[in-house]
Design a binder for this molecule. Structure first.
Ligand SMILES: C[S@@+](CC[C@H](N)C(=O)[O-])C[C@H]1O[C@@H](n2cnc3c(N)ncnc32)[C@H](O)[C@@H]1O
Length: 232
């Protein structure tokens, strides 16, 4: 009887594996993708409906977009959103580029990005976000209104994944007071919270205040260093 040698296992970086897989990734009958289709198709319309109808259009990031299976669904659901698709496999992204061209989808920007080394503000990502955005202000252009990420968590430590999610720099009073307390500061008095109260108040503050009517946007607080009485 002829002896058969055991199959050999070849280890390779995830990126190289996806580069190789990319040509058939969409068509090789992957069960996970089919299960994911059911979930995404059920939830994506609600996500898009919940986005602000703003000018410039809101940005949604697809983290680990691959061949853009879900990027295209997202982009087609609303031409009024700006989608930024991130992945670190050139092979997978090449497939996405073909699909965007074939479908004549123009509201997607693609960015080669390793999620495990992303730090915010990240220059490449900010640049991709600005490219498709009609925002005239750089900070506006670099804000994401939402994120999708499908079948990616299995590849990254959870802490890495969540750290890669761009978060607005807005802090709650609880977070500020907690970190201040870690550094020895305590609140002196009350936290002041102020916003643009009404149309008359907006008139006093100037034309840029109009879009903030009814929004509390300024936190003021006096912090005292517990031992020394030093105040900031
Ligand atoms: C299973 S595929 C999912 C692709 C797509 N989201 C989908 O649902 O079809 C996983 C994707 O995560 C990407 N990926 C894995 N690790 C990554 C990393 N560190 N940085 C960026 N992308 C990564 C891979 O290149 C691959 O495209």
């Amino acid at each position: 009887m002829a002896s058969s040698s055991p199959p050999t296992t070849q280890h390779m970086p995830t990126t190289s594996a996806y580069d190789l897989w990319s040509a058939v990734y969409d068509t090789d009958g992957n069960v996970l993708q089919q299960l994911d289709d059911g979930f995404v198709d059920a939830h994506l319309p609600a996500l898009v409906a919940a986005l602000p109808t703003s000018t410039p259009p809101p940005t949604i990031i697809d983290l680990g977009c691959g061949t853009g299976r879900n990027t295209l669904k997202l982009a087609k659901l609303s031409g009024g959103i700006h989608v930024v698709a991130l992945d670190n496999s050139q092979g997978m992204l090449a497939q996405l580029h073909h699909k965007l061209q074939d479908a004549n989808v123009t509201n997607v920007r693609v960015c080669v990005q390793d999620l495990s080394s992303i730090t915010f503000p990240d220059a490449a990502l900010r640049s991709a976000m600005r490219q498709g955005s009609t925002a005239t202000n750089n900070d506006e252009a670099a804000k994401a209104a939402g994120i999708i990420s499908t079948l990616v968590l299995e590849h990254l430590p959870l802490h890495t994944f969540f750290a890669a999610i761009p978060k607005p720099a807005i802090r709650s009073r609880e977070e500020i007071l907690q970190v201040a307390s870690d550094y020895g500061f305590t609140l002196d008095g009350a936290v002041g919270e102020e916003g643009v109260r009404d149309a008359a108040h907006a008139k006093e503050l100037g034309v840029r205040a109009e879009k903030w009517i009814g929004v509390k946007m300024h936190l003021g607080m006096v912090l005292r260093m517990m031992d020394t009485g030093f105040i900031i």
